[in-house]
Design a protein around this ligand. Structure first.
Ligand SMILES: *Cc1c(COP(=O)(O)O)cnc(C)c1O
Length: 397
């Protein structure tokens, strides 16, 4: 747990991305915080040290990264974990058997798997809802409800939660609101400003942005929560290593720049896809045809590079994802390079078939993570792969 300097927030996000949380190294004046690749720290005497005793509890490289990301979200505390899922695990450890959680149904597949496989057997109760409708969320409330978990936009169906309405609901009932902000990033959406208590990131994705580490982060501005979460970080032990913290800190410096380009490419590619008659269903919050476009414009200042579309034929989808050259067929998202993914067999394979069907996550759905390459090159690549995919095969009965 690290507290950022209060005056950091006086600066704009582009300035904070580069500087927040970092001071020149006291030994040599190194501009970049060193990678403190150490497991322990020498003591000056019994009970006397410089604030660092063992690297599971504290590491200066990790602290710089925590302060930096906290500052980007407008939070006072950042607590880093070894992966996005380890961060979610820390959130769920705040609860105890008998507590009830309401979660958006279309969350990242691994998040839902953790809730089902580990926390239901331990006695937590979950209701998975379509959080697009706040009345559905309110109807799921129980006297034992403690936490609402939202992901917006969702992966991969691009559903949005109305953050203002959700913040009002959770505050009226004294519940914790936790928002996975991995897709939008603090550059485009700041859930804490709508009353969220904790924001979760898979820093593996846009925050690091270079597909070269795995990490997670929780940020908050409540002292009591920060204390509990950093106790879980230290006592649970799911910490990131110093090298990964350093990489993510380096990545975060260019987050505002990168997000501008992801957003420009995302918008252009979504608009281009929308013109085609062979791509019937497109899910992108920045398209006026998205059912929650108005909400997207209210609570997001950009729409990013994630686009899903349905090719209405699993064979066409297979030919498409195997046909791109610049878009690599791979899990993950948010890196500078463009990726293509088949959620039903890859990122969301662990979601039960009936849940997938209910949310429209079909076997013909394809997800793009548009990188920062030249947009014309990306469009030509998609164009060529769509030609290879061909038309829908009519099923004869
Ligand atoms: C990838 C992802 C996660 C999980 O993060 P890991 O770093 O892979 O553990 C959680 N939420 C969202 C939205 C993700 O895309």
């Amino acid at each position: 747990m690290t507290r950022i300097l209060p005056d950091d927030l006086e600066y704009s996000v582009a300035t904070r991305a580069v500087h927040a949380g970092q001071e020149p190294d006291p030994k040599a004046g190194a501009v970049m915080p060193p990678i403190y690749q150490t497991s322990t720290y020498v003591m000056e005497g019994l009970g006397r040290h410089k604030g660092y005793d063992y690297a599971r509890s504290a590491n200066p490289t990790r602290e710089a990264y925590e302060r930096n990301v906290a500052s980007l979200e407008g939070a006072t505390h950042g607590i880093a974990y070894g992966s996005g899922l380890a961060a979610l695990d820390a959130v769920l450890k705040l609860l105890k058997a008998g507590d009830h959680v309401i979660s958006e149904a279309n969350i990242y597949g691994g998040s839902a798997r953790m809730m089902r496989e580990f926390y239901i057997p331990l006695g937590l109760e979950f209701t998975f809802v379509d959080a697009r409708n706040i009345d559905t969320v309110a109807a799921a409330l129980r006297p034992t409800t403690r936490l609402i978990f939202s992901e917006t936009p969702t992966n991969p169906m691009m559903r949005l939660t109305d953050l203002q309405a959700m913040g009002d609901l959770t505050q009226a009932h004294g519940l914790l609101l936790v928002v996975d902000n991995t897709f939008a990033t603090p550059i485009f959406q700041q859930p804490l400003s709508y009353g969220a208590d904790i924001v979760l990131h898979s820093t593996t994705k846009y925050l690091n942005g270079h597909s070269d580490m795995v990490g997670g982060m929780l940020v908050c501005h409540r002292e009591d929560l920060a204390e509990k979460l950093s106790f879980i970080q230290m006592a649970g032990g799911a910490i990131p290593g110093p090298m990964d913290c350093w990489l993510a800190l380096r990545g975060a410096k260019t987050l505002p720049l990168r997000m501008q380009q992801h957003d420009r490419n995302g918008r252009a590619i979504a608009a281009w896809l929308a013109e085609r008659d062979d791509v019937p269903k497109i899910y992108y919050p920045g398209l006026p045809s998205h059912p929650q476009y108005d909400l997207a414009c209210r609570q997001m200042s950009g729409f990013g590079g994630m686009i899903s579309f349905d090719l209405e034929d699993p064979e066409r989808a297979r030919r498409f994802v195997e046909g791109t050259r610049i878009f690599s067929l791979a899990e993950s998202l948010g890196g500078v390079e463009s990726l293509v993914n088949h959620p039903a067999s890859m990122t969301h394979a662990s979601v039960p078939q009936d849940m997938r069907a209910e949310m429209g996550l079909t076997d013909s759905l394809v997800r793009l993570s548009c990188g920062i390459e030249n947009v014309d090159d990306l469009i030509s690549d998609i164009d060529r792969a769509l030609a290879l995919a061909g038309r829908r095969t009519e099923v004869s009965l």
